[in-house]
Design a binder for this molecule. Structure first.
Ligand SMILES: NC(=O)c1ccc[n+]([C@@H]2O[C@H](COP(=O)([O-])OP(=O)(O)OC[C@H]3O[C@@H](n4cnc5c(N)ncnc54)[C@H](OP(=O)(O)O)[C@@H]3O)[C@@H](O)[C@H]2O)c1
Length: 188
């Protein structure tokens, strides 16, 4: 099995993803979509990995930590104390993450790897040869943000996925659309 990164993010019109260490919006149905996509596996004996930066980890409320039903991977330059959390690992570099994902024993345990932010982790994984797809929710509204999604490569191809609704979604008067972009260079 080749390591494969699927990114999942939500951006507003100005490509913002965060504000004051939190999401700039509250969209329950979009959050439910995130949970479903990152949790679903075809093999009931396996879980998905969710890979995130330390600040994204910090932004998760204590009662939702670690993200349930998924194997939580956190990138930090410090050694994080995550031993008390089930299915939770910390890594000092993306290379360490890849080494773990390529470990023969660990390969039996996980199915997909979802990169869930923030900025740096999206940027590094999109630059890597393991970048497969970006599941991007485009929120059709401007929000003030202090953290932004990195520049996307021009060669990405928009595709469809039967698990993802194609029509415009709406919650609390805020419209948004789920897009999927595929890296044509993946696995070449
Ligand atoms: N809209 C969305 O889809 C979405 C998704 C995720 C997050 N967010 C939002 O985005 C914000 C957080 O994102 P962020 O971009 O500020 O931070 P982040 O990427 O979550 O975390 C940054 C941290 O990751 C670690 N890191 C970065 N580069 C590293 C490297 N090369 N090696 C090892 N560790 C490294 C460092 O941790 P240390 O400082 O511990 O060394 C760094 O401070 C929050 O507002 C959050 O709510 C939004």
């Amino acid at each position: 099995m080749v390591v494969k990164f699927d990114l999942i993010a939500a951006t507003c019109e100005n490509m913002g993803i965060g504000k004051n260490k939190d999401l700039p919006w509250r969209l329950k149905s979009e959050m439910a979509f995130f949970t479903r996509m990152t949790s679903e596996t075809s093999d009931q004996n396996k879980k998905n990995v969710v890979l995130m930066g330390r600040k994204t980890w910090d932004s998760i409320p204590a009662k939702f930590k670690p993200l349930a039903g998924r194997i939580n991977f956190i990138l930090s330059r410090s050694k994080l104390d995550v031993q008390n959390y089930k299915d939770c690992y910390s890594f000092n570099s993306l290379q360490e993450v890849i080494d773990k994902l390529e470990n023969e024993k660990f390969k039996d345990v996980y199915e997909n790897v979802w990169v869930i932010g923030g900025s740096y982790i999206y940027e590094e994984t999109m630059k890597s040869k393991y970048f497969h797809r970006l599941y991007l929710t485009r929120i059709m509204k401007h929000f003030e943000c202090d953290t932004f999604f990195p520049k996307m490569n021009d060669n990405l191809r928009e595709i469809r996925d039967s698990r993802v609704p194609e029509d415009v979604q709406e919650e609390n008067g805020i419209k948004f659309v789920y897009h999927i972009y595929e890296n044509p260079d993946f696995n070449k």
